[in-house]
Design a binder for this molecule. Structure first.
Ligand SMILES: NC(=O)c1ccc[n+]([C@@H]2O[C@H](COP(=O)([O-])OP(=O)(O)OC[C@H]3O[C@@H](n4cnc5c(N)ncnc54)[C@H](O)[C@@H]3O)[C@@H](O)[C@H]2O)c1
Length: 360
């Protein structure tokens, strides 16, 4: 089988996960280029692998003609880079959030469809083994009627983290903790609870990080179209260290809890149809990844390769990226207006919330 030509744009914090995902799939991918505005960063990341290094992604795409481009630049530039790649006929693997605006996310999805290429989203926690177990139970109908679900992302990020790059915590290029850290959990909650949201009511605030523009705490209530409810609690205000990222789903005939630092440990499992031993399930699914990004990028890449080769839809597509983004933006809009917000949103852009906490 001929390998797919692959290139990476953005060689920062998350890029080692992309490198490892490429290495794990190098039977199907041929690395033709890596790009960062900072040449030395790109060189340092791939010092052990032969790769053409670029500081201009347009030049890289035109010279190397990759078939797959991974976009791991700051969130504010995903749209520009992904759109350019798509318009040049490349499939894209995009870091979360897909973009920072609903209109841009819709445009990316529409353009990819027209171009006959796919968007694969890095909401990689969907591939965590305990999450896959929960999803299987859901797809088998074991929860019965869904009643409510909760996501709690209780993490710690300090000045040291935010000072690593000037885009962090800004409305134009990042958003706050919900858009950056919690979007994975918000994606999982929406995906598990039926995907279709009717209404959201929320509070957000910046309580403990006066050196960033956006929120460090978000609290939201969601009503899903299927009649179930959701609760979101996301913060980077935990003292000293990350506490947990925990997802619970409660149904008429079962309940499950996946927690740990980033939804990698099965913590509760109880269903009417089968009496299973949680401890023995734990030995099959619990994971202990090196960091909160988890091991899922490898599976995201594997799925991308399979979707491209077989002409199928990816497991986590661009519309999933749009839904996670839309949920965060609806939370922002509700918190800013003090009113419930109905979905879907036709338009909403993170930069609309600029100045929200300036007078605090
Ligand atoms: N999936 C996850 O778990 C996960 C984890 C961390 C970060 N992320 C996402 O990944 C993205 C990158 O985050 P990070 O923490 O690695 O950021 P970072 O600031 O550490 O790295 C971003 C890199 O992109 C480069 N860059 C920016 N614009 C570019 C351009 N036009 N051409 C080439 N290079 C360009 C920068 O020079 C920088 O080296 C963000 O969108 C973030 O939300 C996802």
């Amino acid at each position: 089988m001929q390998k797919l030509k692959y290139a990476l744009v953005g060689c920062g914090r998350v890029s080692p996960n992309h490198k490892n995902a490429y290495l794990a799939n190098s039977d199907a991918l041929e690395l033709v280029g890596i790009c960062d505005l900072d040449y030395d960063k790109a060189k340092a990341l791939f010092c052990d692998i032969q790769a053409e290094i670029y500081t201009d992604y347009k030049k890289m795409i035109s010279e190397q003609k990759p078939q797959v481009v991974a976009v791991a630049t700051d969130s504010g530039s995903h749209f520009e880079v992904a759109m350019y790649a798509i318009l040049n006929g490349c499939h894209v693997i995009v870091e979360k959030p897909i973009t920072l605006s609903v209109k841009e996310a819709l445009e990316l999805n529409e353009t990819a469809k027209k171009q006959g290429v796919i968007i694969v989203m890095c909401h990689q926690n969907r591939f965590n083994k305990p999450i896959q177990l929960m999803r299987k139970a859901l797809e088998e109908g074991r929860f019965g009627k869904l009643l409510h679900g909760t996501i709690q992302v209780r993490w710690h990020r300090d000045k040291n983290y935010y000072s690593q790059a000037d885009w962090r915590g800004t409305w134009d290029k990042d958003g706050g903790t919900l858009m950056n850290q919690c979007i994975h959990g918000i994606d999982l909650l929406r995906w598990m609870m039926g995907d279709e949201i009717d209404e959201i009511f929320a509070f957000t605030d910046r309580l403990n990080h006066d050196y960033i523009e956006a929120e460090d705490l978000g609290l939201a209530l969601i009503r899903f179209k299927n009649g179930a409810y959701g609760v979101v609690e996301g913060t980077v205000n935990c003292y000293e260290r990350d506490m947990e990222e925990t997802l619970c789903v409660f149904g008429e005939k079962g309940m499950a809890k996946v927690g740990g630092r980033s939804v990698n440990l099965l913590q509760d499992w109880c269903f009417a149809d089968k009496n299973e031993d949680t401890d023995s399930l734990k030995t099959q699914v619990d994971e202990s990844p090196e960091n909160v990004y988890g091991n899922g990028h490898k599976a995201v890449y594997r799925d991308a390769v399979s979707a491209i080769i077989n002409g199928t839809q990816p497991y986590i597509d661009g519309m999933a990226g749009l839904r996670a983004l839309e949920t965060v933006l609806a939370i922002y809009r509700s918190a800013a207006t003090g009113k419930p917000v109905k979905l879907p949103l036709d338009s909403c852009d993170c930069s609309e919330f600029k100045g929200r906490f300036d007078n605090k």
